[in-house]
Design a protein around this ligand. Structure first.
Ligand SMILES: Nc1ncnc2c1ncn2[C@@H]1O[C@H](COP(=O)(O)OP(=O)(O)OP(=O)(O)O)[C@@H](O)[C@H]1O
Length: 338
């Protein structure tokens, strides 16, 4: 288990850093820190790794406050964004390195077992420049895991790979992480990476955690409009509560499942594009006429239609439709209210 307890840190002579961070990662789970460039993800990783020390707060690693323990004594495996492999060492020597400097017994066998686990058997004598991006990534992972660290830290591990390899490595890393049951801290700006790999996602902005929860919770029940937009595409519609679950919006009166609203309370509706129905024959509520299709875009797995509904622009995902969209319906249960 890893815990940040009210951790704050500023870079010297600035107010930039991370502020009052409280987070916990259960043993064997993967927590992803998701945020835009400059939000403080790497700073948090540096604090956990011991490259920086917090000005206040505690960093508990398996029961001990290690906020001020030197990094060499924290026993953490780290995979850096650029892999940081030793260029003149072959795969085997790269993986052996942490075992060698610690005089670990059975080092040779341990290194070979780890090389096999990451799928690199047969490539032991290859140098880093003879490997593909994905293979280098696997060497970095093997080297980070071979000495049985207390936790694994992954710094944007897939950012250097192309799209198809990214998918493959996402699955591969998750598989290895689960097989070894190792507590893992991942930082990424890639929403899909965080959502697919993590048990818990913490969305960060300007040095603060905006929301932490399971990927499904963060996606379906974002705590703010910023989080909603950051973890996926969202239709964001302002409104005023009228009565039991009814909200007055530019789309007309919309019925939601939220019955705890006070009349006249300003609210924001968040509706994911894939939850809007394009053939709403069965729908009895929130049926709306489409004035025009403003734009359509093929996304590979789906079409994104930008529709004009009552003068509002709404994005809707659907399989390609033969007939023009004339009506849509918004299921009450798919409306999240902030
Ligand atoms: N050594 C430093 N001295 C002063 N400010 C710094 C230093 N390192 C980072 N910062 C600033 O701290 C803020 C957070 O940086 P950090 O590297 O943690 O962000 P990040 O979310 O990891 O960004 P990226 O995804 O681009 O790596 C940024 O505004 C950055 O400019």
């Amino acid at each position: 288990m890893i815990e940040f307890r009210s951790v704050s840190f500023n870079y010297p002579n600035t107010d930039v850093g991370v502020h009052d961070i409280s987070l916990s990662i259960k043993s064997g789970e993967l927590l992803a820190i998701l945020g835009k460039s400059g939000c403080g993800k790497s700073t948090l990783l540096k604090l956990l790794a011991g490259f920086e020390q917090p000005h206040s707060g505690q960093i508990i690693i398996h029961g001990k406050d290690q906020a001020h323990t030197p990094c060499s004594r924290r026993k953490l495996g780290i995979v850096f964004q650029d892999y940081s492999l030793f260029p003149h060492y072959n795969v085997f020597k790269n993986v052996m390195y942490p075992l060698k400097i610690n005089n670990t017994p059975n080092a040779r066998q341990k290194a070979l077992t780890m090389i096999e686990l990451v799928g690199l058997s047969g490539l032991e004598s290859h140098l880093p420049h003879e490997l593909s991006g994905g293979q280098k990534q696997r060497v970095a992972l093997a080297r980070a895991l071979v000495f049985e660290p207390q936790a694994l830290l992954l710094d944007e591990p897939l950012s250097a790979l192309d799209a198809s390899l990214r998918h493959e490595m996402r699955e591969e890393i998750t598989k290895i992480q689960k097989a070894l049951n190792i507590t893992t801290f991942l930082i990424t700006h890639d929403q899909e990476e965080a959502m697919t790999m993590a048990d818990q996602v913490a969305v960060m902005e300007q040095g603060r955690i905006q929301q932490c929860g399971s990927p499904i919770d963060v996606y379906n029940s974002p705590a703010s409009v910023e989080v909603a937009r950051f973890v996926g595409r969202a239709n964001v519609i302002p409104g005023i509560a009228v009565s039991k679950g009814i909200i007055k919006t530019a789309l007309g009166d919309i019925q939601s499942h939220q019955d705890k609203l006070t009349p006249n309370q300003p609210v924001t509706l968040v509706i994911r594009p894939e939850s809007i129905l394009c053939s709403p024959a069965e729908a009895t509520i929130n049926r709306l006429s489409v004035r025009a299709i403003e734009h359509q875009q093929f996304l590979g797995h789906t079409m994104a239609y930008q529709l004009n509904v009552c003068g509002q622009s709404l994005v809707v995902y659907s399989q390609p439709l033969a007939a023009p969209i004339t009506q849509i319906a918004i299921p009450a249960e798919s409306i999240h209210i902030i």
